[in-house]
Design a binder for this molecule. Structure first.
Ligand SMILES: [Zn+2]
Ligand SMILES: [Zn+2]
Length: 89
């Protein structure tokens, strides 16, 4: 009986493939376009990963949002350029 360590490593490689597959999935903008009563997702194709600093003065942690170009621009106007960091998805 020979031991074959290569077979043990194969399991890890499969896990990595799965993670990459999730990242490649189509992502939609989750910006809320609804009113106070109902949530309505924007649903456009998301292009940006946006990190948002707290601007209310209560030191909330940063939040990350996945947004389309239009909602990213709206957010930049309401929060100011310094408060948000934009990266392409
Ligand atoms: Zn806040
Ligand atoms: Zn949007």
């Amino acid at each position: 009986m020979e031991s074959r360590p290569a077979d043990v490593d194969a399991g890890h490689a499969a896990d990595l493939d799965e993670l990459v597959g999730i990242d490649r999935g189509r992502q939609l903008c989750e910006c809320d376009h609804g009113d106070d009563e109902a949530y309505a997702a924007c649903g456009r194709k998301a292009k940006w990963r946006v990190t948002v600093d707290c601007v209310c003065g209560e030191n909330h942690p940063r939040t990350v949002e996945i947004l389309c170009s239009r909602c990213m621009r709206t957010l930049r106007q309401s929060h100011g350029r310094e408060a948000i960091t934009v990266r392409p998805l």
